[in-house]
Ligand binder design. Structure first.
Ligand SMILES: Nc1nc2c(ncn2[C@@H]2O[C@H](COP(=O)(O)OP(=O)(O)OP(=O)(O)O)[C@@H](O)[C@H]2O)c(=O)[nH]1
Length: 319
């Protein structure tokens, strides 16, 4: 029937056109990974024409393709006669193409989702596979930007903005965790609370902004004397806390003396003012006595208050 033939021919023609122009990479491979079909998307992004790649082994055209991984995927597809799918989150791309999207121009390469489909011959046996490569750079880029923003937010909500130390909430949670650890495993742990002496006078004399610089300097000096495993936090305006895990009273006193001396001996220069100031420190080694972390905190606070009462610029250990 000639009319049917020309109709089939015409529908084949527009289908071929569609395959050529669709915004998805289409590659047909035989079971030896030789390229049988390569559509316009692939030509455009790889810079290789269909006639050039025809019958070439994919791994030779793209030596960077993870061969073992793709082979095992294709094997599963042919044996089970079923599709396989991998997303950009598992593997960012199969073929490294440059990112050509104008909006997500910051991404270096094209993120891809990949589907591998079995293609059966007339006998019903899988004879070829089709790789469908989707450009998902927009989605990946948005998701990555969102993740970065969330990480940033999580960090910001844990950190005190003025000093970069842990903020009160985060620090108290750590103190609670350290108290529980002690209850379960024992071993030394010491809590230090300290406060800048006569800070109100610094604010009154030099202004709030200079006061802020003094707080920042105190935090930086403290941080520079601590180990990675110690946790320093800003507890209140000019009050700070330090958790010293695995540290006994003697060890804590050594660190505290260093911080106290570093602060009292070196004036801090802000806006050409040389400001000399001191701190008062309370030390509370953890024993079985406090009921909870708040009671432990209370002990360190009491010791710090005693240091103020005794004339400031000194360290008192809770007893
Ligand atoms: N610049 C600045 N000042 C703050 C901040 N937070 C609290 N303050 C001020 O710190 C001062 C603390 O004063 P007080 O609690 O009376 O203590 P002090 O003057 O340090 O005296 P002692 O602790 O008894 O030695 C107050 O004037 C608060 O306004 C801050 O973030 N920046």
């Amino acid at each position: 029937m000639p009319s049917l033939n020309s109709e089939s021919l015409s529908s084949f023609h527009w289908m071929a056109n569609m395959v050529e122009s669709v915004e998805v990479g289409l590659v047909v491979l035989d079971l030896d990974f030789r390229v049988q079909m390569w559509n316009g998307f692939m030509e455009h992004h790889s810079g290789m024409t269909a006639s050039k790649v025809h019958n070439q082994v994919l791994f030779e055209l793209f030596p960077d393709i993870p061969r073992a991984w793709l082979s095992s995927k294709v094997e599963a597809v042919t044996q089970l006669n079923t599709r396989a799918f991998t997303s950009w989150e598992q593997r960012p791309y199969l073929l490294r193409f440059r990112n050509t999207r104008p909006i997500t121009g910051t991404e270096e390469f094209m993120y891809q989702n990949l589907t591998i489909s079995p293609l059966c011959g007339p006998s019903g046996k899988v004879e070829k596979v089709c790789l469908m490569i989707y450009d998902v750079t927009d989605i990946a880029s948005n998701k990555r930007a969102l993740e970065r923003a969330n990480d940033q937010l999580a960090k910001l909500s844990m950190i005190d903005r003025l000093t970069g130390l842990l903020n009160r909430g985060t620090w108290e949670n750590l103190l609670d965790a350290e108290f529980s650890r002690y209850r379960r495993y024992g071993s030394n742990s010491t809590l230090v609370m300290f406060d800048i002496d006569h800070f109100k006078a610094i604010n009154d004399r030099f202004g709030h902004l200079v006061g802020d610089e003094v707080i920042r300097h105190t935090a930086a000096t403290t941080r520079s004397h601590l180990r990675h495993s110690d946790s320093a936090g800003r507890y209140g305006g000019e009050e700070f806390g330090i958790i010293l895990p695995e540290t006994d009273t003697e060890g804590a006193l050594t660190i505290c003396k260093r911080i106290l001396n570093a602060i009292s001996r070196e004036p801090v220069t802000v806006d050409s003012h040389n400001i000399t100031y001191t701190i008062s420190i309370g030390v509370a080694p953890l024993t079985d006595r406090p009921k909870n972390y708040m009671a432990w905190l209370e002990q360190a606070d009491q010791a710090m208050y005693s240091a103020k009462q005794a004339g400031r610029n000194q360290i008192v250990t809770f007893s």
